[in-house]
Design a protein around this ligand. Structure first.
Ligand SMILES: Nc1ncnc2c1ncn2[C@@H]1O[C@H](COP(=O)(O)OP(=O)(O)OP(=O)(O)O)[C@@H](O)[C@H]1O
Ligand SMILES: [Mg+2]
Length: 302
């Protein structure tokens, strides 16, 4: 199990980018990225001992930054075929906060998530992580901070063995080789795949590939975790294990899912998207109690 609260990315990071692009589909959407670089200073604001000062809580102060660790402002995104999948998304997530992202098929959840580490860049509007605007020049630093697990594990896994896939991120972050085995084993154990390092990713079942995809990001220990439908395809035991893992994680966490029981069990906050915009955002309990709202957006009580 990954220890809760571990969040520092340490060690000398390689200055160059490691981008693996899948041959199928839209190369941008499927860019599999384990890119690392020194995060900008702003990203590490607040990682040390808290410094109390007059600026705290004020706009631009440390507490203010922590309260909007992820900030999505008026984001529009149009796919190359002209379809506008995001039509003015506004969202803030505090450091260490856990929120579920829900909404019907095609609402724009995956599209939004791909903006959080710069795989998609907004057509209009801005996305900030730790106060740093995500754009072409910062995307690779942002990717060291934001671990994104794709909806489709085949977009995540590309190495000949499970071990190599899970070791890829930490290796290219400059984690000492002596530590790599330990990181990989811990990440695999956290997703119930201990000892699977020598298996071939493309021979695993869908649920197993989903678990290994999570491990490729956990092994990097980023400060922000973004999981796109992590419970889809998991068996009941896998789902319980995932719930335990999500609860134990100390990082800022945004998880998209259609599993309302998972939402109710893990997430105090729920963000609802429909048709490219955020239509609801608040305490999970309150939203799940509003039958008319749930009905209007194709959702159900757990
Ligand atoms: N590469 C693409 N080109 C054109 N349109 C796209 C592309 N990818 C997604 N879309 C469209 O953008 C909209 C949002 O899709 P997205 O995958 O973000 O939805 P979602 O909320 O994640 O849905 P699901 O619950 O099915 O995963 C959909 O209408 C979809 O058809
Ligand atoms: Mg999706």
């Amino acid at each position: 199990m990954i220890e809760p609260g571990r969040r520092a990315i340490s060690g000398a990071l390689e200055p160059h980018d490691h981008v693996h692009e899948h041959a199928h589909g839209d190369a941008t959407a499927h860019a599999h990225v384990h890119a690392h670089d020194h995060p900008p200073a702003e990203l590490h604001a607040g990682t040390g001992a808290p410094e109390r000062g007059p600026g705290d809580g004020a706009p631009g102060g440390e507490a203010d930054l922590a309260a909007r660790w992820i900030e999505v402002e008026h984001v529009h995104f149009t796919y190359p075929d002209g379809f506008e999948a995001l039509r003015g998304v506004d969202l803030r997530l505090g450091r260490g906060e856990k929120a579920a992202l829900v909404g019907p098929n095609g609402a724009g959840k995956s599209t939004l998530m791909l903006h959080l580490n710069g795989i998609h860049l907004p057509s209009h509007g801005v996305v900030r992580v730790g106060g740093v605007a995500v754009d072409r020049s910062t995307a690779k630093r942002i990717r060291a901070e934001v671990g994104l697990v794709f909806q489709d594990p085949d977009d995540q896994l590309f190495s000949p063995t499970v071990f190599e896939d899970v070791a890829f991120g930490p290796l290219h972050m400059g984690v000492p080789e002596a530590e790599i085995h330990d990181r990989v084993e811990r990440a695999l154990a956290a997703v119930g795949m201990a000892g699977a390092g020598r298996r071939l990713p493309h021979r695993l079942s869908l649920g197993q590939r989903k678990r290994v995809a999570l491990a490729t990001v956990l092994s990097m220990d980023p400060t922000v975790l973004v999981f796109d439908e992590p419970s889809a395809g998991l068996d009941p035991r896998g789902r319980r294990e995932l719930i335990r893992l999500l609860r134990a994680l100390g990082q800022t966490l945004l998880v998209s899912t259609h599993d309302m029981r998972l939402v109710a069990e893990v997430f105090p906050r729920m963000i609802v998207m429909d048709d490219g915009v955020v239509v609801g955002d608040g305490p999970t309990e309150a939203i799940l109690a509003d039958d008319a709202f749930l009905e209007a957006h194709g959702l159900e009580r757990p």
